[in-house]
Every structure is written in structure tokens, then in C-alpha cells.
Ligand binder design. Structure first.
Ligand code: ARG
Length: 601
């Protein structure tokens, strides 16, 4: 196996510092960056930071001495040039050829071998069961799934888990409204997806609640009093109490409505291409949380107020007081998270717990981590909240049926329709059967949606623009999918014409690469480092930017370099191998984003 260029450069540069300047500099501390487009070269060292240590005033002299030392000691580096303190190294043709030979048919290029470590548990999705999934959940699910795959590619064992908040006041609100106003309708009787039906009653609850608050205020109550005393809210609260007391009727209604919701969620997850290794239910972990609260009380970590509620005081840590059990003894959101975290850690003997949850819960997770640490759980120091920003549609686009949030199912359906009309317009399904065409629309629709969302740094708020996301010429999923199909078509034609498999070719000794080919090689070369960095920073955006660069550089190469029409057999073979390598790497990178790539379009 050839050595990585970075390693070669780091080792030789460190040696050069030692021999030329008697300086000890750790190889791994020396950073090389891709050479700027306007200069000649592949990898660049900026020498300014070393000038003082070397006792030199002139950066060019310093760069020249290091450059000469390095070039005279390896065949990997062909030459160097110096521009204002930038030392640019040019990689030899021989190295690139060897790199291509060794890697072009490696199906796991970019992946690290599996480490024998404890697993990382990553939680994502985590819906409440009172309404369907919305656009925010889409970002959440995509991020969670993608980060899990990226971590796997980095050699970690990963467990993907979901937490369903299936109990609590929010569900009781849907339940009470259904009991009062539904006339017994079910998903079957009304033909509505189960999660949407339950969501409909949650909205109805709110409507009646607001109305009752208005009525009470008209009778002279303050807003605050009215909000506390609205009869329908009291009924929902009573229902929650009944639920915790295991009242049979309440439990059976709860089970029934939750099962409708699960059927609905399952369909949405399937359409999104999302899955889990294990699903946790709050109803099964909140009691564990309550036990932990008792333990914390004994240890003096928590305290009880006069009204019987239980709290922790985190003011000394710069946070505030946090409720852990209500005065009626019912548990809160935090209670179950304490239980769930401990259960999860012991279920998997995990190395790290990651939570993909929106940034509106930053505070919640800071508190969760701190409480667990105060309870004495060592492992809690590695609990990580992967916090992400809001996602919205441009104004006026696709209001959901409830008028407030964008529904996940509606959005996906809309995307498939847009993909269909765009694809037909570009004539990209000629000769397809209806089934093949449908599959392609779905692949493009989901590719557009996923890519557009994942290419943005998770921390940033974002605007999802459906039309822009599906543009075949921009920084989009479909552009990359199209590039993949183009690569596949070249390979297919070559294999048909010459009755061979590109996989079994061997790029030859004596080829030289043109600039466009070298650019493709450079981008391909960076992939393993990109995967590592994406894993370290939990950022699918890095993988998305990489695969866009790869598609762009391939298209630039393909545009003015013949492949099938090339007369020189050596060049043709090399280009076919380069195309093949590009195709598999696009596929791998897109897989890390959860995006399928068509072979034809
Ligand atoms: N179900 C919660 C919500 O919709 C999010 C749960 C996040 N995960 C957790 N372990 N607290 O707001």
C-alpha cells in the first residue's frame, strides 16, 4: 500500500526542519492544505509560522530550503514552487497512478476498519405521539441517520435508537378531545393516516381550550387564572393522573390511539428511508426516572419543597432550579430522560450517548448531563447533544393542513410531484417503464430533499426551497445523482462495446494525467480525510460538499476529455478506471447521506 501524501510530507518536512535548522517539530503538527487553484501544485505548506523559530527573515529562503530537502528525498514529490511564503508541492504522476491502481475498485474506499470499541448510541427522531412528524423532524431524522452512517464509516459500532414520548399531558389532550368530539372515528373509518387523525384531535383540543379560556375571562377571571381553570384542561390533567394510576379505561384508550400513531410513523419512516436498532418508550422508562429521583433525594442531590414537588438547585453551576417531580407526584420530561439515559447506557455498555435534538432544547440537555454527573454517573461526561437549527419553507409555500407547521408526509408527496414534472420536462425517463419512472421520481425527490438539508451546517437555521433543491444544474442531490448516472452509462457502454469488466482492468505504467484528471484524483484522494473530519465534527455537510466537488470535477474532466473515443488504449483504460472510481465514491458518499443514486436517467 502506498503511503498517504500527507504522511510523507509531514515526515520529510519535520526531518528538513531538524537537518536544516536543528528544530524539533512533530510531524503531525505540520499542516498541509490543498494548493489554491490559482497556483501550481497539490499540497501547500504556509511557512510564516516557522520563521521566528528558524531565525530567518525571508520566507522564500525558508521555503526554498525545505522544498529542496523534501524533493531530493522522495519520488512522490515531483517539484515545488514558492509564492510569498506559500510552499507548493507538486505530486508526481507516478504517485497518482499508483493511487488510482490501488484504490479504484475498492468498494470500501473511505471507510476505516471496525474498531473493537464499545458502541456509540445515537438517538434521533424522538417524536411525541400527539401529532404527525413535521419538517423539523425531517431534518432531525436525516441528520441522525447520516451521522450514524458516518460514524460507522469511521469504524465505530453504532446503535441507532428512537425515543417515543408516548405519555404525558400532550397525549392526554388528544385523548380527551377524541373522547369528547370524535363520535368514535378511527383511521379505518375515516381513511386518515393514524398520526394525522390523532393530530387532528390535538388541534381540536387547543381550539376548545382557547374558547373556554375566553369564556372564563369574559366572566372576569384573569388570563392566568382562566388558563389554569379551563375545564377541558382540568379533564386532561385528570386523565394524566388516571394514566399514572393505571386506570384501565384510560390505558386502553391510550394504547389504541398510540397504535394509530405508530402505524402512521412507520409509514413516514419508511418513505424517508430511516430505521432504528431499538425504540425506547417514555412509558417504559419514566418509572426508572422516578427511582433515580428517590435515589437523588437520599443522596441529597435533590430536595423536596413544601408542596411535595422535587427539585434540583443548579444555581451554583450557572443554571437555575429544575423541577423533577410535580407536586402531585407525576413525572416531567426530565424525569424520563434520566431513566432513559441510564437504561440506554446499561443496555449497550455504550462509549458515548448522542442526542440529535433541536437547539430549543440546549438548556434541557445541559441540565440532563449535569444532573447525571451529580448523581455520580461517570459516563455522563461523554453525553453529547447534537443540536441543530430550525428549518422553514420560504413564505407562502405549502402551509400544512393545520396551518402552522409543514407536515412531513405532505412535503415528501409534494417533492415527488415536483420531481416528476421536472424529470418529464428534461426528458430523463425516456424508455423507462412506468415502474422504473416512479422509482426514479422517488429517488430524485428524496435525493433533493436530503441533500439540500444535509449540505447545510447542522447548527445553522435554514430555509428549504423545494424548487431550488431539485434543480439539475445546481449544488443539488439530483445534479450529483445525474452525474452518477452519467458515469454508469460510460462504464456500461465500454463494457458492452469491449465485452469486459472495467473492474478487471489495470491502469498502465506509462500514462500522464492532464489537469482535469489530476483535479478528480485530488478530490478522490481527500475522501478518507473528509469522512474522518465529518465523524469528528458530526457534520454530514462536509460529505455533501465533498461529493459536490467530486461531481463538478468529474463533469469538468468529462466535458473536454474523450473516454470511449480515445484512441490510445492506455489513456482509455486509465480514464475508465478514473470514472469507475468516481462512480463508486459518489455512491459511497451519497450513501452516507442516505441518498440512493440511480444508474440510469
Ligand atoms: N419528544 C421530544 C419533543 O418532541 C423530543 C425528545 C428528545 N429526546 C430526548 N431524549 N429528550 O420535544
Amino acid at each position: 500500500m502506498i503511503k498517504m501524501i500527507d504522511t510523507i510530507l509531514q515526515e520529510l518536512t519535520s526531518e528538513a526542519f531538524k537537518k536544516e535548522f536543528s528544530l524539533d517539530i512533530e510531524p503531525c503538527s505540520i499542516v498541509f492544505t490543498p494548493t489554491k487553484k490559482e497556483f501550481e501544485g497539490d499540497f501547500t505548506l504556509v511557512v510564516f509560522p516557522y520563521m521566528q523559530q528558524c531565525g530567518l527573515k525571508n520566507p522564500t529562503e525558508l521555503a526554498d530550503r525545505i522544498g529542496n530537502y523534501v524533493v531530493s528525498r522522495t519520488e512522490t514529490i515531483e517539484s515545488f514552487n514558492v509564492i510569498k511564503g506559500f510552499l507548493n508541492f507538486v505530486i508526481s504522476e507516478k504517485y497518482w497512478l499508483q493511487f488510482l491502481q490501488e484504490n479504484f475498485k475498492n468498494e470500501t474506499y473511505g471507510y476505516s476498519p471496525l474498531q473493537e470499541d464499545k458502541p456509540i448510541v445515537i438517538e434521533y427522531s424522538s417524536p411525541n405521539t400527539n401529532k404527525p412528524l413535521h419538517l423539523g423532524h425531517i431534518r432531525n431524522n436525516l441528520l441522525g441517520w447520516s451521522v450514524a452512517e458516518i460514524l460507522k464509516a469511521n469504524g465505530y459500532a453504532v446503535k441507532k435508537v428512537n425515543l417515543v414520548n408516548d405519555r404525558g399531558i400532550h397525549i392526554c389532550k388528544s385523548m380527551i378531545a377524541w373522547e369528547k368530539f370524535s363520535g368514535g372515528e378511527t383511521p379505518e373509518s375515516c381513511g386518515m393516516k393514524g398520526d394525522h387523525l390523532v393530530g387532528k384531535y390535538y388541534v381540536l383540543f387547543d381550539k376548545h381550550y382557547k374558547q373556554q379560556v375566553g369564556e372564563l375571562m369574559a366572566k372576569g377571571l384573569s388570563k392566568e387564572e382562566a388558563e389554569k381553570q379551563a375545564p377541558i384542561l382540568l379533564e386532561a390533567q385528570q386523565m394524566l393522573k388516571n394514566w399514572e394510576d393505571k386506570d384501565e379505561e384510560t390505558i386502553s384508550l391510550w394504547k389504541k390511539m398510540n397504535s394509530w400513531v405508530y402505524d402512521g410513523f412507520e409509514q413516514t419512516y419508511r418513505n424517508l428511508g430511516i430505521d432504528f436498532d431499538k425504540v425506547y418508550y417514555e412509558s417504559e422508562t419514566f418509572l426508572l426516572g422516578k427511582d433515580l429521583v428517590q435515589e437523588g433525594l437520599k443522596k441529597g442531590v435533590f430536595y423536596r419543597k413544601e408542596d411535595n414537588s422535587v427539585w434540583i438547585d443548579l444555581t451554583a453551576d450557572g443554571l437555575d432550579e429544575k423541577l423533577l417531580l410535580r407536586k402531585d407526584g407525576t413525572s416531567v420530561y426530565m424525569t424520563q430522560d434520566l431513566g432513559t439515559a441510564c437504561l440506554r447506557h446499561s443496555d449497550f455498555d455504550s462509549e458515548r450517548l448522542i442526542y440529535v435534538v433541536g437547539n430549543e432544547q440546549n438548556y434541557h440537555f445541559a441540565v440532563l448531563k449535569l444532573i447525571l454527573q451529580k448523581l455520580g454517573f461517570e459516563w455522563a461526561k461523554d453525553l453529547y447533544h447534537l443540536s441543530y437549527g430550525m428549518v422553514e419553507l420560504p413564505n407562502g409555500k405549502m402551509k400544512s393542513r393545520e396551518g402552522t407547521v409543514v407536515d412531513a408526509d405532505d412535503l415528501m408527496e409534494q417533492m415527488v410531484l415536483t420531481a416528476k414534472s421536472q424529470t418529464e420536462e428534461h426528458g430523463k425517463t425516456e424508455g423507462f417503464t412506468e415502474q422504473q419512472a416512479l422509482k426514479l421520481y422517488r429517488q430524485l425527490a428524496m435525493g433533493a430533499l436530503k441533500y439540500f438539508i444535509l449540505k447545510i451546517d447542522p447548527k445553522k437555521n435554514m430555509l428549504f426551497n423545494p424548487e431550488e433543491s431539485i434543480d439539475f444544474n445546481g449544488n443539488t442531490g439530483p445534479f450529483i445523482q445525474y452525474t452518477h448516472a452519467r458515469v454508469c452509462s460510460v462504464i456500461r457502454k465500454a463494457e458492452e462495446q469491449e465485452q469486459m469488466m472495467v473492474k478487471s482492468l489495470q491502469p498502465d505504467k506509462d500514462v500522464t494525467f492532464n489537469d482535469k484528471e489530476k483535479e478528480v484524483l485530488r478530490v478522490l484522494y481527500s475522501f478518507p480525510a473528509v469522512v474522518r473530519q465529518a465523524g469528528k465534527t458530526y457534520s454530514p455537510a462536509l460529505v455533501a460538499n465533498f461529493v459536490f466537488d467530486l461531481a463538478k470535477s468529474f463533469n469538468a474532466f468529462y466535458q473536454d476529455t474523450p473516454i470511449l473515443r480515445e484512441k490510445d488504449e492506455c489513456l482509455k483504460t486509465m480514464r475508465l478506471c478514473l470514472a469507475y472510481f468516481t462512480g463508486t465514491t459518489i455512491k459511497t458518499a451519497m450513501h452516507l447521506l442516505g441518498i440512493e443514486v440511480p444508474e440510469k436517467m
